[in-house]
Design a binder for this molecule. Sequence first.
Ligand SMILES: Nc1ncnc2c1ncn2[C@@H]1O[C@H](COP(=O)(O)OP(=O)(O)OP(=O)(O)O)[C@@H](O)[C@H]1O
Length: 791
Amino acid sequence: MKSDADKPPTPPASILNSNTHLLQSHQEDIPREPPTRQSFSTELPRERSHTITIGGEQDDDTEILEAVPHDKQIFLEYVQLNAWVPSAAPVGSSFIPGLPAISIPAPLKFWQKKPEPDAAPATPQSRQILYNIQGCCRPGEVLAFMGPSGSGKTSLLSIIGARAQSAMKRSGDCLFNGQPLTKKLKRQIGYVMQDDLFYESLTVWETLDYAAALRLPQHMSKQAKQKRVQMVITALGLEACKNTIIGGFFMKGISGGERKRASIGHEMLINPSVMLLDEPTSGLDSTSAMHLLQLLKKLSLSGRAIVTTIHQPSSRLFLQLDKLLLLSKGHALYYGPAQSCDDWFDRLGYKLPYRVNVADFILDLSSADVSREDRGGEESRMHLIACSENYQAHHPQDGYDPENTTAELAALRGSFRSHSKSRGKADQNQNQMNKGDLIDSAASLPGPRGKGDSTDSSSADRDVETGHVSAPNEAAAANTAAQAQEPGHVWGASYTAQLSILFRRSVRSRRNATLSFQDFALFLVIGVLAGLFWLQKCGNDTVGAAQNTLGLLFVEALFLSFRQMFVALFTFPDEYKMLLKERASGMYRLSAFYFARLASDLPLDFAIPTIFLIIVYFMGHLRYSAAAFFANYFTVILIMLVAQSYGLFLGTVVMNPKTAQTLAAIIMIVFMLTGGYFTRNIAVWISWFKYLSFIFYGYGLLAHIEFKDRQLYLCTTPNANPGAVQTFSDPPDPQNNPNCYPVPNTSEALGLPQQVNTHVWTPINACALVGMLILIRLFTYMALRHKTSQL
Ligand SMILES: Nc1ncnc2c1ncn2[C@@H]1O[C@H](COP(=O)(O)OP(=O)(O)OP(=O)(O)O)[C@@H](O)[C@H]1O
C-alpha cells in the first residue's frame, strides 16, 4: 500500500483543465488506457473498405490513401539483429574508394615498426553497434525507435529497410510476413531517409509527378496518378509550395519542413503497406510534428505497419506512439507498449519524476543520466539493459506486458541485487558493458530461454571475426524459395516508359545548370580568341600555313575534350545518393537510368560546342567545303564523347571528386603528350600509350579531313637558305610562285604520325574512337552496377 506521502502532488486545476481540453480535442487518437497485451494480438486488422482522411479542419474531407487490403498487409519482425561497423580505416586502405585495398607484401613494409613483445593487442577492426535487437510491428501499429544520438536507431531502421551500407556487417533476420525481404515486397515499403534527397531544380509537383509516373502501377492512368499526387500534396499541406523548386545550397527553395513533408509524400504515393521513417519530425514545429504523427497514426489504422525513429518527442507526440523500442548504445533498454514504459521503469525502481515528460526521462535513463542511491547512472543503464534483454528472451514479440509481469520483475530485481553484491561496484566509466556477465546473470532466472540466448551472440561474434554476415539456414532457404516464387519483376513503369520519364526528368532537373550564360560566354570567348590567334595564319597550301592549321586542329580537339572530361567526372557522383535511394525503392532499372542520363546529355553535347566550332572553323580558314566542315564537326563531337566517357568512368569508379580530378589530369596530360602534336618520336617502349589516347586518333582524323588529297608547297625566299620554311610570309598563291615547290609527302612534311593520303587511317581512327566510346561506356555501366549491387 502506498502511503499518502508517496503519492504525487495533485496538479493545479488550470493544468488539469488544459489537459482535459487537449485530451478531448484528440480523443479519437489518444488512448485513455495504456495498451494491453490484447491490443497487440497476432491477428491482422480486418480489411477496411473506407478510405482514410487527415485530421485538421480544412482537410477533414480529403482522402489520402486507400486502406491496405488484408492480403497486402505486412507483419514485420526483426529477430536477433546484431550489427558491426568498421572501427578504423583498414590497414592498407584502398587508394580508390570502393575497390579492394592493395595489400603490400610483407618484405616491402620496411617502414613498419616491429611489434613490441608486450604491446597491447591490435585495435579491433569492427565495433558492434546493435546487440540482439528483436521485436515486431503489426499492421495497425506505430512503433518508434528512441534513444540518444548514436544509439543505433538509424542503423536499425536501415537494416530493416534493407538500406544498410555494405560496410555494416550484420547478423539476424528481418522478416516480412515471415519471409525475408524480396524485391516485390520492397516495393510495398516506403522508406523516408533522414536526409531528404531530391533534384534541386524540380518543383514539388514535378518531383512527385515523376515519382508517381515511375512507381505507380502501369495499369493506372496518367490522370489517376496525378490525382494521387494531388491527394498527397493536399494531405501534407504542400499546396502553397507545390510549384516552388525544391532548392539547395545555391538556390533557395522550399523550407526544411516542407522538404521533409515532400519526402514523406514521395513514399506515400505508392500507398505502402509498411512505412519506415527516419526522424520524420526533425525540422518541424511542434504543431506540424503533431499533425504528422496523427497522419502516421491514421495511416497505420488503415492497415499499415509504421516504424519511425524519433529523437525527442514532446508528451503530445509520445501519446501517438503504440510501441516503443528504447535503445542505449545499441542495446534495447525497453521494448513494449509506449504508454507502459514508465510503468516498467517504475517497477524496476526508476520512478518518473512528477511533471517530467516521459520521453525526456527515458532518454536520460538511456544516456546513463539517472542514478539511484545504490547505483550510479552507468550501472543503472547496464542493469536496465540486462533486465530488458532478459525479459525479451521470455517475450520476444511484444515486450513488456504490464498486466502479467510482477513476479518476473521481482525475480529480476532480486537477481540483480545479489549479482551486484557479489560483483562489487561496476566500473562507471566502462564504455562497453560486459554483456556476458549480465546476460548470464539474467539467464539464470527461471523461465524458458528465448532467442536472446548468449550462445547466439557468441556465434554472431564468430561471424564477424570471419567477416561473414550470418543468416540462419532456414532463413536463407526461405529467401531462395520466396524469390523463386516471386512472380516476375513488376516495375511501376514499362522499360520504355522508364527511359522516357527519366530522360525528361534528367533534362528538366538540369534546366538551370545547362546552357547557362557562363557556358555560352566561355565558348564564345575561347572561340573568338582562338580564331584571332589563327586568323590569316592558315588558309593557303604552304607547309608553314598547314603547320599552323595543325595547331588549331589540336586545340579544337583538346579544349572541348578537356572540358567535357572534367564535367563528366561529377555526373554519377552527384546523382549517386539519389540513384541509391531510388533503386532501393525499386523505381527503375539501372540500365534505364543510365541510358536516359546519357541521352539527356546529347542535345547539349551537340549544341554547346557548335558556337565554338563555327567561329574557329571559319576564322581559322579551315578547308572550305561542306563535307570537310561536317566531318570536322562530327569528329570533334566524337572526340568529346570519348573524353566524356573517360570522365564518366573515372567518376563512377573513384566517386571521390578530388581523387578523380587528379587521375583525370594525369590521364589528359599523358593523352595530350602522346596525341601526335607535341611529341613526334617517342621511344617505342612508351609509345604504346598513344593507342589509349583518343586525342591521337581524333587528331589524326582531323588532319586527314583537312589535308587529304591536298598538295602542299614548301616555299623559300630569295637569298635565304635553301629549304627554309616561311612561316609568316608564305605567299598567298604558292602554286604559281616560283619560290615554292610541291612536297612529295604531306605527312612527312608536316611530321604527322599517320599517313594522311592513304585510305587506311581514316576508318582506323574512326573505328578506334567509336570502339572506345562503346567500350568505356559499357565499363562505366558495369562499374555503376557493381557500386549499386548492394541493393
Ligand atoms: N558506416 C559506418 N561507419 C562507422 N560507424 C558507423 C557507421 N554507421 C553507423 N556508425 C556508428 O554507429 C552508431 C549508431 O549510429 P546511428 O546513425 O544508427 O545512430 P542514431 O541513433 O541514428 O543517431 P542520430 O540520432 O544522431 O541520428 C554511431 O556510433 C555511428 O557512429
